[in-house]
Unconditional design. Structure first.
Length: 385
């Protein structure tokens, strides 16, 4: 399976990527990929998000660029009449972002220190959050949610939120230069027992092991320039151009955040798997101490593989999705998580047990070739009582 080249998987993965983008359009407006049209710069857009009118934002920018100036100078810079400039400056003074020294002749207008303005805005946001929480009634949406993210900071925040929300499984592909933005979140995820697979692209000569040891379950490195991908156990998935996270960001680049859409999330998961299977192991965490119980079937397969390769004789108890339980000696594993891979097809992860009723195959939730589907697996050494 691993003899298949990266180029081969890269081609078909990009077909999947294009299909994901096309499918997402069904949930969005026709111009979902269009960029902002105002062309007034990010500062104006950001200030408007905090409630500034366009005129207030442009006038405040003029004051910032002047540092200090007369009302006439501000009016000229902001392209306002002097009378209107007095009115707008008064509004900005009430917001606390400028100071008006009217005891001087002529009257001087100067901007507050940026850190003071940010502190005041942050305090306002804290008050707003408190009010929102007071009035918010939480409901889980039952319809697909697809969000287009085009800016670096929002993309980074949503990526971290997805990592922080993972409870059992997390699959992540990011460019190596962007790893530092999420490495602490990955370490925290592993610390709370999340099974974390990390695929790093654009690594260059960097040593992957130095950056991920103890912070992920396993890591691989990909020589191809690939999209970044996130998939969590909760069904939240994210896929996008690498430039959204680091380097020069082209305005045509974007990311898709998907919730409550099994089809789109499954397609994104398949995209990650294609890239994962085309690469080789760069880091693998040591096997867990046994006995151990796994809510992630993939992690159970991963640990089973490590222990079998280490010469252990294993006994497994699987809690089936039907509510029944089966148990037996582990006689084989077919998996697409660790090299060399033994899966017969991508996404296959199977534990084969020898039970009192014969040999049976067990897969995870959604299994379609195995005889049973399990949600929880307990592993122990066969000689342990």
């Amino acid at each position: 399976m691993e003899r298949i080249t990266c180029k081969y998987f890269y081609y078909f993965s990009h077909q999947i990527y294009n299909d994901i983008a096309k499918a997402a359009k069904g949930y969005l407006f026709a111009d979902w990929i269009a960029g902002p049209t105002r062309g007034m710069g990010p500062l104006i857009d950001q200030l408007e998000q905090f409630g500034f009118s366009q005129t207030e934002a442009e006038t405040y920018r003029a004051v910032l660029e002047l540092g200090q100036g007369t009302v006439g100078e501000v009016a000229t810079a902001a392209d306002l009449s002097k009378g209107y400039a007095y009115e707008v400056i008064g509004d900005l003074q009430e917001r606390g972002v400028v100071t008006v020294d009217d005891h001087l002749t002529p009257t001087q207008v100067r901007a507050q220190q940026p850190e003071e303005t940010v502190r005041d805005l942050a305090a306002g946001l804290d008050r707003l959050e408190s009010s929102l929480r007071t009035h918010y009634s939480h409901t889980d949406p039952d319809h697909p949610e697809v969000e287009v993210v085009k800016s670096r900071q929002p993309a980074g925040r949503r990526l971290r939120r997805a990592i922080d929300a993972a409870e059992t499984e997390l699959y992540l592909s990011v460019p190596y230069p962007a790893l530092e933005r999420v490495v602490d979140a990955l370490e925290a995820a592993v610390g709370r027992g999340v099974f974390v697979l990390l695929l790093l692209s654009d690594c260059g000569p960097a040593s992957v092991t130095d950056g991920v040891e103890g912070r992920v379950t396993a890591a691989r490195r990909c020589p191809c320039d690939i999209p970044f991908v996130t998939m969590t156990d909760g069904g939240t998935a994210m896929v996008g151009d690498a430039g959204v996270l680091y380097g020069e960001h082209d305005r045509s680049e974007f990311a898709l955040l998907v919730r409550n859409s099994p089809k789109l999330s499954g397609a994104i998961g398949a995209l990650f798997t294609n890239f994962w299977m085309s690469t080789s192991d760069a880091y693998v965490a040591p096997p867990d101490d046994l006995p151990a119980t796994y809510d992630s079937f993939s992690e159970a397969v991963f640990q089973t593989t490590l222990h079998l390769r280490g010469g252990s004789d294993l006994y497994a108890t699987a809690e089936l999705l039907s509510g029944a339980t089966i148990e037996g000696h582990v006689v084989d594993v077919e998996q697409s998580l660790l090299g060399p891979m033994t899966a017969q097809f991508p996404l296959q992860n199977t534990i084969v047990l020898s039970t009192a009723d014969g040999t049976v195959s067990v897969g995870g939730p959604g299994a379609f070739v195995e005889e049973y589907s399990a949600g929880v697996v307990r592993l122990r050494r066969a000689d342990d009582n």
